[in-house]
Design a protein around this ligand. Sequence first.
Ligand code: SAM
Length: 340
Amino acid sequence: MENEELRKRIMEQAQGALSMSIAYIGVVNQLFAHLADADSAAPTWLAKKTGMNADYVARWCDAAYAFEYLEQPAENTFGLTPLGHTFLDDQPGNLISFAVQSVLSAHMAERTAGLMRTGECPGEKILNEWETILPWFGPMLEHMFGPLLKSEVIDRVSVFSEVNAQGGTIIDLGCGNGWYLRAIIGRYPKLRGIGLDGFEENIEQAVRAAEREGLTNRLTFAVGDIYNFHVDEPVNIIAMNRSLHHVWDQKKKIFAILRDHLCPGGSVVIWEPDWPLEYRDLRMPDRRALAFQNLSEHVLGNHFLHADEIVAELNAVGLKPEVFSIAGGRDVVVTGMRSK
Ligand SMILES: C[S@@+](CC[C@H](N)C(=O)[O-])C[C@H]1O[C@@H](n2cnc3c(N)ncnc32)[C@H](O)[C@@H]1O
């Protein structure tokens, strides 16, 4: 490739990152949402409505106009373009997760660059460093993986409908903002759910969303630790979505806990990114992000797993594994059934 073409490619990528940063500021401060409600408005109105500083909002409008999120129907008046509408929370298929992930990645890159010199892995507490990102962490995962649950998991993984047939309980360990349980419980009326997460912010969001969706009669959430949780009796399903790799350093202990909390015939349902066996697969467009995320995971003290590693641990505790490859092989759902 000629130098000029390379330069053009990199410039486009750099502008892409900038455009995600502008979108992020608009998303987390509800600027897109209020502009959508108003149809069009002046920056001073928008600042007042959102409780933000007027000078900052005016500069944001300039940048959002430059990146074509906003149009200017009259002088000093802005409205959303069709692109701007894609960053509204209530739009199906919205693109909010890209903006949040982009800014989170930039923060992680900055921390990684420094930590690489010392080898320190500060762990999960690093997520608390970024005041505006933490509340968006759950919604980001929900927007990214909620549609995939519905299109590729919920019908294919038969344990949900099987347990629903006679009724039962599902517990979600490391439930985040509870999107997965809300979707499963919403779909299967005879299931009850318990969600557990170490971050208070996540549990508060999960409770609020369950209340909004009218699910609190079958769904409870609590702050707790995966290594040390209590349920009154063994459950039918234990789900872990993108949380197993957080506790993998104590995998023997975790898999014993999983088995011991399942009733006979019960199943674990583990959803994880599937680190490719073929190294060159990291170059596939939908796996590149995985390689970057795995670098960030190292900062948290974690790493991604290959499906075979999960299968081996299930076998070791006597749970019968079944593997479902999803998202074109980028992710995997592995179930493990306890004998009846
Ligand atoms: C990548 S997030 C996934 C969240 C959620 N399952 C989802 O799919 O959106 C991993 C979650 O595991 C939780 N977690 C990690 N270690 C934990 C532990 N020891 N006890 C409880 N929660 C934990 C984190 O707080 C975080 O919400």
